[in-house]
Design a protein around this ligand. Structure first.
Ligand code: HEM
Length: 464
C-alpha cells in the first residue's frame, strides 16, 4: 500500500501519547470524578499548559501530561451529546454488551473495580516525568488543581506496603513487564493511507494506519465515530483509550512454570530451568528477551529481540514454532486465514506500563500488574473484538479445530473457552496442558476519549 507523505491531521492538534511512544521513565495515571461543570472546566484549564501534543519537540519536556475523558466526563461539558457517541463508549466497559467480549467474572467482576469505589470515573490524567522529582511536582500540581475545583481523586488500588493507592509506573522495570517479558515491541505503523480505496496488503492483513486510530477521517477499516455534527467536531483528532488495569499473579505464573517443567523435560530433555524458559516463550510467542519464536525457535537471540517482520501462516503454518494460542499469535494473527475470510485483524496501539514492585520469592504478596493503555479508533471493533478472541480463539479454523481454545496468558478462564494449551512438536505427540490457571485479574476498566488539543481548549473555555 502506498502512503501519503503528508497526512491531513496536524500533530500539534493530537495528544502526544497517541502518536508517540514516550520514553519518560516515570508516570502516574490519576483518576478523577467531577462535581460540576464549572469546577471541571477550571480543572482542565489549570492543566492545559502541561498537556503534550504529538508535535516534535526539540528538548524533551521534563514533565508533561495527557488527558482522557469518559463519556460521563464528556457529558459534564456537553450534556447534549447523549446518544451521539458509539454505544460501547456511552454504556461503559461494565455494560452487558461489552462484558460479552471482556468476560470479567469472579475476582475481575466490575462490581469490585477500582478498589470497590462507587464513584464514576470522569477523567484520567496521565502524568509523565523524566525524573521522580519532575513527576512528583506535576502530580502535586494536578492534585492541587483538583482540590481547588471540587474534583475528587479516586485511588484505584488498596494503599498497602507503602504504596499510595495511585497507579504509579514501576520505573526500574525498563521495557520489561511482570512475568519477566520485554514488552512494547510490536505496535501499528501509523502511516497514512494515500487512497482508502486501495486495499490493505492482503498478506500482512494489518490495518495499522493512523486513520484507524484518529477519529474523524474517512477510509477507516473499523468506522470510528462520531464523524458529523458538533459531536463529530468534538471528537475529531481524538482517539479512544481502553484503560484497563490488570493485576498479574506472578505466584500463579511461576508455580505453573515449575509444575509443568517436568512434563516438558520428559518431552524435550534438558534441565527444568530451560524447560521453564521454553514454556514461558510458548505462552507468549516470544522469548522473555523479545525474540519471536517464529524467527528464533530454539533459543533467545539478541539479534531478533525487536523483530516484527515475520508471518504465521507462511512461516509457521503448523505452529511447530509458535503455538496457535500463544498471546502474541492471538493478539496479532497477521496472515492467518480468518473466519469469515477477509476479517481484518483489529490492531491496538499499546502504551501500557507496569505498576508495583516485582516479588522477591518466596514472598509474592503485594499488588502489581499492568497499567494497560490500549488506543484505538473504535472500542467495539478493535479493543473488544480482540478481547473476545483472547477469551475464545474462534476467529480462525487454524486456531480452534473443533474446540475453542483461549489466549494462553491472558484469557479469563471463566469465559466459555477451552482452558487447554497445545504445543505442537516436530516429532511425537503434542504437549497438551489440560487446564491453564488464571494469571490475570482485572482491577478496573475505563473507556476514555483522548480529545484533540483544540477540544481541550474548547472545554477549558479558551476558544470562542
Ligand atoms: C498483564 C497483561 C498482559 C501481559 C503480561 C502482556 C504481555 C505481552 C507480551 C510479553 C507481548 C510481546 C511483546 C510485544 O510484542 O510487545 C505482548 C504483545 C501484545 N499484546 Fe499483550 N500483554 C498483556 C495484555 C494485553 C491485552 C489486554 C491486550 C489486548 C487487549 C494485549 C495485546 C497485545 C498485542 C496486540 C501485542 C502485539 C502482538 C504482535 O503484534 O505481535 N496484551 N503482550
Amino acid at each position: 500500500m502506498t502512503n501519503s507523505p503528508t497526512p491531513p491531521y496536524e500533530p500539534r492538534n493530537v495528544q502526544g501519547m497517541i502518536l508517540r511512544g514516550y520514553t519518560h521513565r516515570y508516570s502516574c495515571h490519576m483518576l478523577f470524578t467531577f462535581a460540576d461543570r464549572k469546577g471541571a472546566t477550571d480543572f482542565i484549564r489549570a492543566l492545559l499548559p502541561y498537556v503534550q501534543s504529538a508535535e516534535a519537540w526539540s528538548n524533551k519536556p521534563e514533565r508533561m501530561l495527557n488527558i482522557g475523558l469518559t463519556f460521563d466526563g464528556v457529558l459534564t461539558f456537553e450534556p447534549g451529546f447523549k446518544s451521539q457517541f458509539p454505544t460501547e463508549f456511552e454504556a461503559g466497559p461494565w455494560s452487558a454488551d461489552s462484558q460479552q467480549s471482556l468476560h470479567d467474572t469472579g475476582p475481575s467482576d466490575p462490581k469490585v473495580w477500582w478498589n470497590a469505589t462507587k464513584q464514576a470515573v470522569h477523567c484520567i490524567v496521565h502524568v509523565y516525568g523524566l525524573t521522580a522529582e519532575a513527576l512528583g511536582s506535576l502530580v502535586t500540581t494536578v492534585s492541587q488543581a483538583a482540590g481547588t475545583n471540587r474534583v475528587s481523586e479516586i485511588l484505584p488500588l488498596k494503599p498497602e506496603r507503602g504504596q499510595s493507592g495511585r497507579l504509579e509506573e514501576y520505573a526500574p522495570l525498563e521495557n520489561y513487564i511482570h512475568f519477566g517479558y520485554k514488552d512494547g515491541i510490536d505496535n501499528p505503523g501509523l502511516a497514512w493511507p494515500a487512497d482508502p480505496a486501495v486495499p490493505t496488503n492482503p498478506v500482512k492483513s494489518d490495518p495499522g494506519d493512523a486513520n484507524n486510530f484518529l477519529v474523524g477521517y474517512p477510509g477507516s477499516t473499523f468506522q470510528p465515530g462520531p464523524e458529523t455534527g458538533r459531536a463529530g467536531r468534538f471528537a475529531k483528532d481524538g482517539c479512544y483509550n481502553a484503560f484497563r488495569v490488570l493485576y498479574q499473579d506472578v505466584r500463579a505464573f511461576d508455580q505453573f512454570l515449575a509444575d509443568t517443567a517436568p512434563m516438558v523435560v520428559a518431552a524435550i530433555g534438558g534441565s527444568e530451568d530451560h524447560a521453564r524458559e521454553w514454556l514461558a516463550a510458548k505462552l507468549v510467542g516470544r522469548w522473555r528477551n523479545g525474540s519471536p519464536l517464529v524467527l528464533s525457535p530454539d533459543a533467545p537471540d539478541q539479534a531478533t529481540s525487536d523483530k516484527t517482520d515475520f508471518l504465521y501462516k507462511r512461516d509457521d503454518g503448523n505452529a511447530l514454532r509458535c503455538p496457535f494460542s500463544a498471546h502474541s499469535r492471538v493478539s496479532n494473527p497477521r496472515d492467518e486465514t480468518m473466519l469469515p475470510t477477509g476479517t481484518p485483524v483489529p490492531r491496538l496501539i499499546r502504551r501500557g506500563v507496569p505498576y508495583g514492585a516485582p516479588p522477591v520469592p518466596p514472598d509474592y504478596d503485594g499488588e502489581r500488574g499492568l497499567i494497560g493503555i490500549f488506543l484505538c479508533g473504535a472500542l467495539a471493533a478493535q479493543f473488544e473484538k480482540l478481547y473476545s478472541w483472547i477469551n475464545v480463539n474462534d476467529f480462525s479454523n487454524a486456531y480452534s479445530p473443533g474446540f475453542n481454545t483461549q489466549d494462553a496468558l491472558l484469557a479469563n478462564r471463566g469465559a466459555a473457552g477451552d482452558r487447554s494449551f497445545t504445543i505442537a512438536m516436530p516429532i511425537g505427540n503434542p504437549i497438551r496442558i489440560l487446564s491453564l490457571p488464571q494469571f490475570i485479574v482485572t482491577r478496573g476498566t475505563a473507556y476514555c476519549l483522548l480529545p484533540s488539543m483544540e477540544t481541550l481548549r474548547g472545554i477549558a473555555g479558551l476558544l470562542e
